[in-house]
Write a protein that binds this ligand. Structure first.
Ligand SMILES: [Zn+2]
Length: 378
């Protein structure tokens, strides 16, 4: 993690001297010398001869070539596969998008698409494949980054698919696979493209409910990489029966399906967009359903804040994105539901990267694995 931290500092403050990096990081000059040596050897950092500001004497400065290496970020879900080449500033250099249907949303066709896209994008950009350090993939469901297996994905209809090793073999590049919300939270965690010091929680509400936590640039996984699956946290033991067989899970209150089922007691409503339109046209019952969901979202935020004490909460998902009024209504309820010691300790924001967050976060994970020699599949 020190290597990531030093690279992030050079990236943000470039050009910068070793002495300044040592001061900024609080690490010793010896430690900085060693880490910088590694980064130069790896071709990530180069030395330039410049005057350091304010001192007036020549000093060797460190700079970074943002395009010296690129990582590949991939988002896969039931409907779409997005593949992007991402630079060290976390910017998209080039990308491709494929629409998926029932027959193409299978492991082999998707692996073929990703391989085509990576080769094609590199060719278009005139890039040597050796510049690509690896691939990060974000996918909905329970993923095991250690083995690269999609353990279970209800959305994809997959179980125990060894996706990362298969893709790594096809591409000849290291591949890391992780849950989509976890890499999304990594993408959204602060403006740092590589590491970071924020404590970010992402809460997503739509067809399902989930959350993910990134602490100081690292995804918090728990023992089985399922930390943050708050959809099945219990709100009321006597509540409605959930698909998991327990009663009163959070997702029986705030998912699209839960709201549409409630609405169905008054009249059939086909979509959340229709429900929001009914609310806006002054239907009190539609307003009540949405207001109740917003109350449970505020309660969820309080529970996450009490558990993790984040400095930032990023709200995402189709229900939040459908209309700006939803998040404003949730914000209005926080005063009532946030426990007093936590008031003012966190920022509640909307997604900064929007639709690109999973792709950018997945590429960031691949870069972290490359630099940290972590879980990546060779
Ligand atoms: Zn449940």
């Amino acid at each position: 993690m020190n290597r990531l931290l030093v690279l992030e500092m050079i990236r943000q403050h470039r050009p910068v001297s070793r002495a300044e990096v040592s001061k900024l990081s609080g690490m010793s000059a010896t430690a900085i010398g060693r880490i910088v040596g590694d980064l130069i050897e790896g071709g990530l950092v180069r030395e330039t001869d410049q005057y350091s500001s304010g001192v007036g004497r020549r000093a060797t400065m460190l700079d970074i070539d943002i395009h010296s290496i690129l990582s590949v970020g991939v988002e896969v879900d039931r409907n779409v596969a997005k593949i992007g080449l991402i630079d060290l500033d976390g910017n998209i250099v080039a990308q491709r998008r494929y629409e998926l249907d029932r027959s193409s949303a299978q492991p082999e066709p998707i692996i073929g698409m990703i391989a085509d896209a990576v080769g094609g994008l590199a060719g278009e950009q005139g890039l040597d494949m050796s510049k690509l350090i690896g691939v990060g993939v974000g996918m909905p469901g329970v993923m095991d980054p250690a083995s690269g297996t999609a353990v279970f994905s209800a959305q994809m209809g997959w179980s125990n698919v060894t996706f990362a090793p298969m893709l790594a073999e096809k591409l000849g590049l290291p591949v890391v696979l992780d849950n989509d919300l976890k890499v999304k939270a990594l993408g959204e965690s602060g403006t740092a493209a590589i590491s970071g010091d924020s404590k970010t929680a992402l809460i997503s509400i739509g067809s399902g409910v989930g959350s993910a936590i990134v602490i100081e640039g690292k995804i918090y996984r728990g023992a089985n990489n399922i930390a943050g699956e708050i959809g099945h946290s219990t709100i009321d033991p006597n509540g409605k029966l959930c698909e998991c067989g327990k009663r009163g899970c959070l997702q029986t209150y705030i998912t699209d399906l839960a709201m549409l089922q409630e609405a169905g007691q008054i009249k059939p409503v086909a979509s959340i967009a229709e429900l929001v339109a009914l609310m806006k046209s002054g239907e009190t019952w539609a307003d009540n359903i949405i207001d109740r969901a917003c109350t449970y979202i505020a309660i969820t935020i309080n529970n996450v804040v009490c558990t993790y004490n984040p400095d930032t909460i990023v709200m995402a998902g189709s229900f939040i994105d459908i209309d700006p009024e939803i998040l404003e209504r949730v914000r209005g309820k926080l005063k009532e539901f946030i426990w007093e010691p936590f008031v003012g300790t966190f920022q509640l924001t909307r997604s900064r990267l929007g639709e690109q967050a999973i792709m950018i976060g997945a590429a960031k994970l691949a870069l972290q694995q490359y630099l940290g020699n972590g879980l990546i599949q060779q």
